[in-house]
Design a protein. Structure first.
Length: 169
């Protein structure tokens, strides 16, 4: 018959190899649960549902870029964080139809769910203004577009205060 001290020495929970054998699959299960949580809660926005529609939109975008080049459309976007606004000065070599509002988009390079769209209002002095959106640290693509033309620029954040925009050929 074994005494009590021998039984305690040979108990399974006192053997280190047993804990190592338990820890390996347990850590795999925990990492798998964390990865599942990330997959469920984050939206990567990289998969397009309708490829045909995307193809038609690319042709429309190319035509709007060509129109912007023909009209020599350029813009300077000034970000004023102290006053919380942004100002846009629009210029062109040919006469443009005057618009009271213009849509401006800050497009994230990899995550469509983080894109920000705002509407610029024309002020009395001819500039377009809007409240400055909160932009996370990233290299944003800035797009100013109408149904007829489109111009783009780059805005590395933080740090950009003046963004020059023009048509891409």
């Amino acid at each position: 018959m074994q005494n009590n001290s021998e039984t305690n020495l040979n108990a399974w929970h006192r053997v280190p190899i047993v804990w190592m054998l338990i820890a390996i699959p347990l850590s795999s299960v925990l990492v798998g649960m964390v990865m599942l949580w990330f997959a469920i809660t984050s939206y990567d926005g990289l998969v397009v549902d309708d490829y045909h529609q995307q193809g038609k939109e690319i042709n429309r975008t190319l035509a709007r870029n060509t129109t912007a080049l023909e009209y020599g459309i350029r813009a300077e976007l000034e970000l004023l964080p102290k006053s919380g606004i942004l100002k846009l000065r629009l210029s062109s070599t040919r006469q443009l139809a005057e618009a009271n509002t213009l849509p401006l988009s800050f497009v994230h390079r990899t995550r469509a769910g983080e894109d920000i769209s705002i509407m610029l209002q024309k002020s009395a002095n001819g500039e377009y203004i809007a409240p400055l959106p909160l932009l996370r640290a990233s290299n944003w693509i800035v797009q100013l577009e109408t149904g007829e033309w489109r111009i783009t620029g780059q805005a590395p954040m933080p740090g950009s205060t003046l963004i020059k925009m023009a048509a891409q050929s």
